[in-house]
Design a protein around this ligand. Structure first.
Ligand code: THU
Length: 160
């Protein structure tokens, strides 16, 4: 058997000034909206923000349900809204933030597997990279320059 290596480039920073002004606004807006999460079961509030057309921002949160599997993640909620309303626009950056019952997470939140698949599809639709900023406490960021980096060996439409 031959051995291969699949490497991913990622960035870590602890300062907001590592980001453009628009991305700083995206980060602030995404953090501010976590309080709107409907997460009475997990008490884990997640917020995801999309920066598109270089300066426009939309956000969404996770929305849970008494029938647990019906709940949806913040990332897929914001992507659904984006794709439904701005089908021609291109996403520049997505930010993700979460708080648990004790407040801000020490480590940046990373999207769940299902959301990674959805992020990849959004990236493939627009044929340009989408940067992902994963936020821990407000001075603790993990960054990848494209969604595909979050999902090695991904399934996509090229095999259909
Ligand atoms: N959640 C998200 O919104 N995004 C993720 O990437 C991880 C998990 C939500 C789902 C559920 O409402 C809560 O966080 C706990 O899993």
């Amino acid at each position: 058997m031959k051995e291969y290596l699949n490497q991913v480039k990622y960035y870590i920073t602890d300062t907001l000034i590592s980001f453009s002004e628009e991305e700083q606004l995206l980060i602030k807006e995404t953090i501010a909206k976590a309080k709107n999460a409907y997460a009475p079961y997990s008490k884990f509030n997640v917020s995801a923000g999309v920066l598109f057309n270089k300066k426009e921002i939309i956000t969404a949160t996770n929305i849970e349900n008494a029938s647990y599997p019906i709940g949806t993640c913040a990332e897929r909620n914001v992507l659904s809204y984006f794709l439904s309303n701005y089908p021609q626009a291109k996403i520049n950056t997505i930010a993700v933030y979460a708080e648990n019952q004790s407040g801000k997470l020490k480590q940046p939140i990373t999207p769940c597997g299902m959301c990674r698949q959805a992020l990849l599809e959004a990236e493939n639709i627009q044929s340009t990279n989408i940067k992902v900023i994963m936020i821990g406490n407000t001075s603790n960021f993990l960054v990848v320059n494209k969604c595909a980096h979050l999902l090695p060996f991904a399934f996509d439409d090229s095999v259909l």
